[in-house]
Design a protein around this ligand. Structure first.
Ligand code: ARG
Length: 366
């Protein structure tokens, strides 16, 4: 298993500001929205558990190639550092105001999202995930080993209440056998401590204590414990059956919400470590073969290819298939909804579904 880690090294906020303000080629939302005035007003503030501006911005100041560049030091950080976080949130989620509707997943008895690719020609796999934080626990920069272990214990107990078809096995990263590790890597289920953005935000403090992965017997429902968020619930399967993937996730959430208390408020919806995930926290994605769109020239110079242009128009985000910050391989891309806050879960899924249908039509027309 990946080596044990201590807490990350905190860099003084003045030093971080120096790096960010001198950066020439930095296009992050942090650089855009942390003005000198905001920096001056926020640099000495602290949340009640001691979270500060440095905790929020260290990742984006060290990794000047960040797209976003800011995290919340702890849940209260969304209020304490609202002048910069709200500006980033509005820009990322394309909303006028930072506010979020009540959760609405749709009526499971009647909802019919269907299979986006019944012939199985373009969509390799479909995945929907949400993030959750345990109410009353801090985010990675301030979480202690004991708090992570307590979160792990609570969550593992809650898995016992899942309906039979979702029950499965929990694998703690700490002390994981070589055999289990190799299997999880081969199945592409294992998350690792190799993301420099998350590392610099304190995400790997005391790794691998309190981290682990649960999966159902058919491996279509997964939970990541204490990766970036306290919890990531994931439903996935091969092919394009978005309806089945979504319903499975909602079913799991219904059961687990009865056992666990998730942090939630009117402003942010479900609260997450990174401001890109707030609100519904829902990222619905497909791995899809779109070699022609990926090779075609965009009609305007702002985009690398026609695929990027259509994605932007439809609030979709293209990524490589080996996770965030990777390139597409052989014309297969990961495409997902980009906005998660200011709309309901059902809206976010529909935004993804409608956009994917457009992408498929565009690919076929080339
Ligand atoms: N902080 C990174 C960046 O700005 C990641 C942002 C979104 N991704 C995430 N896993 N939270 O590029």
């Amino acid at each position: 298993m990946s080596t044990e880690e201590k807490a990350y090294k905190k860099i003084p906020v003045e030093e971080l500001w120096e790096k960010l303000s001198n950066a020439k080629d930095c296009k992050s939302l942090l650089k855009k929205h942390l003005t000198k005035e905001r920096y001056e007003a926020l640099k000495d503030l602290k949340t009640s558990i001691g979270g500060d501006l440095g905790d929020c911005i260290q990742s984006g100041c060290i990794n000047l190639d960040s797209g976003v560049g800011i995290y919340a030091c702890d849940p209260e950080g969304y209020d304490t550092f609202a002048p910069v976080l709200d500006a980033v949130i509005k820009d990322y989620h394309k909303v006028e105001k930072v506010e979020h509707p009540e959760p609405c997943f749709g009526d499971m008895a009647t909802i019919d999202l269907g299979n986006l690719d019944p012939e199985g020609k373009m969509i390799v796999s479909t995945r929907v995930r949400v993030g959750r934080s345990h109410s009353g626990f801090p985010f990675p920069p301030s979480a202690t080993v004991d708090q992570r272990l307590e979160m792990e214990k609570k969550t593992v107990a809650a898995f016992e209440t899942l309906p039979d078809e979702l029950k499965g096995t929990y694998n703690s990263l700490k002390g994981m056998s070589k055999e289990v590790e190799t299997q999880l890597i081969a199945d592409h289920f294992l998350f690792k401590n190799d993301d420099r953005f998350l590392r610099e935000a304190g995400g790997y403090n005391y790794w691998p204590d309190g981290r682990g992965i649960f999966f159902s017997k058919d491996k279509k429902f997964l939970t990541w414990i204490n990766e970036e968020d306290h919890l990531r619930f994931i439903s996935m399967q091969m092919g394009g059956d978005l309806g089945a993937v979504y319903k499975r996730l909602v079913k799991a959430l219904e059961a687990l919400s009865k056992e666990l208390k998730f942090a939630h408020n009117k402003k942010c919806g479900f609260v997450t470590f990174c401001p890109t995930n707030l609100g519904t926290t829902c990222r619905a994605s497909v791995h899809i073969k779109v070699p022609k769109l990926a090779a075609a020239k965009a009609t305007v110079p702002d985009y690398k290819c026609l695929l990027d242009e259509i994605c932007a128009k439809n609030h979709l985000q293209p990524r490589g298939i080996h996770g965030e910050h990777t390139e597409s391989v052989g014309g297969v891309c990961d495409i997902s909804n980009k906005r998660r806050l200011g709309l309901t879960e059902l809206d976010a899924i529909m935004e993804m579904k409608n956009g994917i249908v457009k992408i498929m039509e565009a690919e076929k027309s080339l």
